[in-house]
Structure formats: structure tokens, C-alpha cells
Design a protein around this ligand. Structure first.
Ligand SMILES: [Zn+2]
Length: 367
């Protein structure tokens, strides 16, 4: 199937857009020349009160949202949370400057965001740099009898010729995993919401010149439809050819690749559903445990401002006509149930809940 895919030169809109973004818009410091500010491993976070006041001033309907047991404090971000019987830990690959807002969110307007600057600057937007702030991280879910890793970032030492920012990374991801008390051998399930280079990278790592599964005892779950989409639509791109060769084929070769039809229950507490738009077969994962609920949303939402403007797609959304309705539907559901929204690219505090003001729309609640 993979060799057949290489014969298909068709390209998706998404990667055409991403390619042009990365080539023309990635700041030099993100493309390998890190500045002090953009380097998450050198940066010393200083608490800025404006980061902590993301709670909208107008009334929001929050149903039992503010449980103090559920978080470790916003100053350092919510890197570890208790949700029902699950412990959820963020594993960082990158946190810092992202793309220019006008490029990444084509509907962006300075006038529209002006009233949001009080909570966006500096934690989620750096006007001085003309860049959004963002993150690349995994979420690790520890249930009493199961350890699940959701999305595996970009990986180290991977050649991504179309995407300089993601190419030849050298992050401390494995060290961060260890700091969270996790040995890679402890992971039972790896689930990738979709098959993009920044969501599958740590599926493998380079050992003695060979790409081997990072999590040798895990089953790697992906949606069958999403895999077929990758093969049919995008395997002709250089990045995807590299990704399939260094990140997916080693998992298939070790018999750890498990394609599932959606909806799919991983266990009683975790289930996968399709959420098309960012990719045609993008999926999300819902955790329901002990009265707590969280949705691991992959790239349904990239930046918290999209909660306030849910029709704003990222320039990387392959099917904009589906992405916006999917975002709207998911936000509606989250707002009604007080569920945690666990995205992959939100900057500190990295996750939030969704409020629904009486005058309409949604608000990002980061208290
Ligand atoms: Zn992503």
C-alpha cells in the first residue's frame, strides 16, 4: 500500500499551504537559530499577571468548573492534572514563538482581536515579534491499568525538507517524559489524532542509525480512514514520504501499528471519534473517568482565539468547510458539559474550558 502511495503525486491544499508558510514565514530563529525567547529550554518563565487574567469579565455559564483539585497552577501551566481517576500530564517538545497570526489564521484582524489583547499578550501573542505563541506537546493519560500517550509531536533528527521548523529537531522530549516519571517502555497505547508530522514524530527514534519504535511495548492506534487519507492524498509530498519511511513503516514492521474504525473504544474511559476538517479524517479522544471529562482535540483548535472566533480556520486546515462546523460542534459540546479542552498547540496554561456567555458565542476560560 505504501509503495502504491508513492506513485500518487497528488497534493492536498493543506500541505501546499503549510509548505509556503514554512518557507516564507518561519522566522529564522525558529528554523534553527533559536533566540533566547523562543527557546523553551532556556527561557525562564516569569509570571505575568496578564497571563493569569484570561477569565472574561462578562458572565459565563460555568457549571462546577473551578475545582481546585484539577490543576497544579497556571503560573507554570497545567502540566499535570487529575481528571476523574486519570492523571493527565503534558510532555513538552516546544513552547515559544509560533507563526505570524495573519499567515496562520487568515481571517485574523487586528480590530477583531483588540479587545482580547489583555489576555492574549504576552502569553498567547507577541505583537513585538508579530507572532502567535504556541506549543507542541503530548498528553499522557495514566489510568489505573493503562498508560496512553496522545500525539507524539515532531521527533528528533527527522529530515522534513518542506518544513524547516520541524526538521532535525533536537528537543528534550524524552527527558521531559522521564521527568514525568514515565519510561517509554511503560506506555501501553500511543494514539495519534491525525497523521501530520507534528503529531507522530516520537513514534520512532534514531538508535544506531536505525529508526526504531520509541515505545516498544505499545500498540500505536490510528484511524484506518486517516491512514488511508494519508496514503491516498499526501504521500507524494517529500515530508510525507520521509514521515512514512522513518515514523510509520518501522511501527508497521514491528507489528505495533493498529488501525481502527471509528468510533472506537480504547477502554471503558477512553473513546475515539472522527472530527473532520483539519484533515479529512482527523479524530479526537474523549476521556470520561470518575465524573471528570476531557477531550483531546488534536488540531481541531490551534489557538485559544479560535474559541472566540470559531469560524477562523487555520491556514493548515485541509477542508475548511468541514473544519469550522466541527470546531463549532465540539465547542458547543464542551461548553455544555464543563469538559476540559486539551489541545496540542495552546501556549501556557496549555488547556482550558469553554464558557458560553449569555450574549452568545464562546469564551476561553483559563483560570
Ligand atoms: Zn499540529
Amino acid at each position: 500500500m505504501l509503495s502504491r502511495a508513492r506513485e500518487l503525486p497528488s497534493r492536498s491544499i493543506e500541505f501546499e499551504i503549510e509548505k509556503s508558510q514554512y518557507r516564507h514565514s518561519v522566522p529564522r530563529n525558529l528554523a534553527g537559530h533559536r533566540t533566547r525567547q523562543s527557546d523553551p529550554y532556556r527561557r525562564r518563565y516569569r509570571h505575568n499577571p496578564s497571563e493569569a487574567t484570561a477569565i472574561p469579565s462578562h458572565r459565563v455559564s460555568l457549571i462546577g468548573f473551578l475545582c481546585p483539585h484539577n490543576w497544579t497552577g497556571h503560573r507554570k501551566g497545567r502540566n499535570r492534572m487529575k481528571i476523574g481517576n486519570a492523571e493527565v500530564t503534558r510532555i513538552e517538545e516546544y513552547h515559544g514563538l509560533g507563526f505570524p497570526p495573519q499567515v496562520f489564521l487568515p481571517d485574523w484582524s487586528d480590530a477583531a482581536v483588540e479587545k482580547h489583547l489583555h489576555w492574549m499578550v504576552p502569553g498567547h501573542y507577541s505583537p513585538d515579534d508579530g507572532r502567535l505563541m504556541g506549543s507542541i506537546h503530548s498528553w499522557l493519560i495514566r489510568l489505573p491499568n493503562l498508560t496512553v500517550l496522545v500525539d507524539t509531536c515532531s521527533g528528533n533528527h527527522k529530515n522534513r525538507p518542506d518544513s524547516p521548523f520541524f526538521s532535525m529537531m533536537n528537543s528534550r522530549y524524552i527527558e521531559n517524559l522521564a521527568a514525568a516519571g514515565i519510561d517509554p517502555d511503560d506506555v501501553d497505547i500511543v494514539f495519534c489524532t491525525h497523521l501530520h508530522i507534528d503529531h507522530v514524530g516520537w513514534n520512532t527514534r534514531l538508535v544506531d542509525g536505525r529508526w526504531v519504535p520509541t515505545f516498544k511495548n505499545a500498540k500505536y492506534i490510528a484511524s484506518r480512514s486517516e491512514f488511508e487519507r494519508l496514503v491516498a492524498e499526501e504521500a507524494g509530498l517529500a515530508d510525507n514520504q520521509h514521515m512514512i519511511a522513518d515514523t510509520i513503516q518501522p511501527i508497521i514492521g514491528s507489528d505495533q501499528w493498529l488501525l481502527v474504525d471509528t468510533p472506537h473504544h480504547i477502554c471503558d474511559e477512553l473513546y475515539i471519534e472522527e472530527s473532520p476538517g483539519h484533515t479529512l479524517r482527523h479524530c479526537h479522544l474523549t476521556l470520561m473517568s470518575g465524573g471528570g471529562k476531557a477531550v483531546f482535540t488534536g488540531d481541531i483548535v490551534h489557538h485559544p482565539i479560535q474559541i472566540h472566533f470559531p469560524s477562523w480556520n487555520s491556514g493548515a486546515c485541509a477542508a475548511p468547510d468541514l473544519a469550522a462546523p466541527t470546531r463549532l460542534k465540539v465547542l458547543e459540546s464542551l461548553s455544555e458539559t464543563g469538559t476540559w479542552l486539551m489541545p496540542v498547540h495552546f501556549a501556557k496554561p496549555f488547556c482550558c474550558r469553554v464558557g458560553k456567555p449569555e450574549d452568545g458565542g464562546f469564551v476561553c476560560v483559563m483560570e
